[in-house]
Design a protein around this ligand. Structure first.
Ligand SMILES: [Zn+2]
Length: 436
């Protein structure tokens, strides 16, 4: 199948009642499929009546990452939630977990097409057009962000250059040489490129590269307006967070449109989303203004279908009305991982919110770490921030950052400043919390 012949569909523009009907129909089929093909769920659901109606889904037990990890350890390589014969699996992605046990994600041909379709909707929402040439700078080594996002970019119709990570000098020369107008990378990668430009390209400014769109994903933090403004003014491109997903469930199913800073659910027709309280697991209404841990159910999936999977991500629903872009699907913001959440004197603090403050200071490079001592409870956080240049520190800088964190994040902070370029730059995910 030619990837640019994949129909991206218009489900994200359908009236809510029509999407609800479609989801209900898909769940009825998926329910039968999971019941008859997944040993994992047959075991989990023993003695439980499996609801026909989606609104009764909360009657089913939740599942989580550690259950999947145990399943893969007992039934390698894909776990007993693999619901197809291994010969139907066309792609294997491997992610290295924080526990050290790698997780194997399987896709059938139909799963791969659906993944490209929904991912392409995210890139289309970001404003990527078939006339655009985009350089794809995520890691191709087994990770979904590599080849899977590449195929989604192709499905969006763009001309895609498979660059991968590393060799930033070569990348800059390639962008100049080929008149590339869009880039896809992690949000921390532009800082690496800025450093490469100043080290190796005399009289070249990031804006001189002529990039029009910067598409980012793979890390939280882009919801911070000050970070986006800083990137946009340095590079002159439109910044879009267009790549939200997780390898266990769906590579990429949400992104910003050209009219809103929030993420649209763009796989709303194939994934059913719920919110729960992470501590009590009680249901939180899926309504504007509500915050909870995101729980996802596949409505159409062959290889490793999941039902009521806890993503660990805390999200706030920011809009359920019609967006200016014409999309009807709900919008949300990611606050951070429920297990990254730090409670400081009763206030929930996420590293993403701290990043927002750090990025608002032009004296800082944007690189930072939150250091936690002991298991808590905490009465303050220790923030280490890197200076932009050797002489960018003013006498009151530290105090101003501490005050801003107090105002915005509502937590007491003790800030320590570090010399410019003293923190390691990473091309993958950057660890922001250090627990001691
Ligand atoms: Zn929109």
């Amino acid at each position: 199948m030619k990837l640019d012949s994949i129909d991206l569909g218009t489900e994200e523009f359908l009236p809510a009642v029509e999407v609800a009907r479609l989801r209900q129909r898909r769940w009825q089929t998926q329910r039968e499929y999971v019941l008859s093909h997944s040993s994992f769920f047959q075991r989990l659901w023993t003695g439980i009546r499996i609801p026909q109606r989606l609104e009764e889904l909360p009657n089913l037990p939740l599942c989580n990452k550690s259950m999947l990890r145990e399943s893969q350890a007992a039934h390698p390589p894909f776990g007993d939630y693999l619901a197809v014969n291994q010969e139907s699996v066309v792609r294997l992605h491997r992610t290295s977990g924080t526990t050290g046990q790698a997780m194997n994600a399987a896709l059938t041909r139909a799963d791969a097409v659906q993944t490209a379709q929904i991912g392409a909707r995210c890139f289309r929402a970001a404003g990527l057009k078939p006339k655009d040439t985009i350089v794809h700078c995520l890691n191709y080594q087994m990770w979904m962000g590599g080849v899977t996002d590449h195929l989604s970019l192709e499905a969006a119709g763009a001309t895609v250059i498979p660059f991968g990570v590393g060799d930033s000098r070569h990348l800059i020369a390639t962008i100049l040489d080929l008149n590339i107008d869009a880039i896809h990378s992690t949000p921390s990668y532009p800082a690496v490129l800025e450093q490469t430009i100043s080290d190796h390209f005399e009289d070249l400014n990031p804006r001189d590269l002529g990039l029009k769109i910067g598409i980012f994903g793979g890390e939280a933090g882009l919801d911070s307006e000050s970070f986006r403004n800083k990137l946009e003014s340095t590079w002159g491109y439109a910044v879009r967070n267009s790549n939200y997903g997780m390898a266990d469930v769906f590579s990429n199913f949400a992104g910003q449109c050209e009219q809103s800073n929030d993420l649209h659910f763009l796989g709303h027709d194939v994934l059913f989303a719920e919110l729960i309280c992470p501590n009590t697991t009680s249901i939180v209404p899926f309504e504007e203004g509500e915050t909870g841990e995101l729980v996802l159910t596949h409505l159409k999936r062959e290889a490793q279908p999941l039902v009521r999977f806890r993503t660990n991500d805390m999200v706030t629903i920011t809009g359920t009305d019609l967006c200016k872009c014409g999309r009807t699907t709900p919008r949300f913001r990611v606050l951070g991982r429920s297990d990254d959440m730090i409670v400081v004197r009763g206030v929930n603090v996420y590293p993403t919110a701290v990043r927002g403050v750090i990025n608002g200071f032009s004296e800082l490079s944007g690189e930072f770490r939150v250091r936690l001592q002991g298991a808590g409870p905490y009465d303050r956080i220790f923030v280490e921030a890197e200076l932009q240049t050797q002489d960018s520190a003013t006498a009151d800088l530290q105090e101003r950052i501490e005050n801003e964190i107090k105002q915005t994040v509502r937590a007491s902070a003790q800030v320590k400043l570090f010399p410019a370029r003293s923190f390691p730059r990473t091309e993958g995910k950057t660890k922001r919390i250090i627990r001691e």
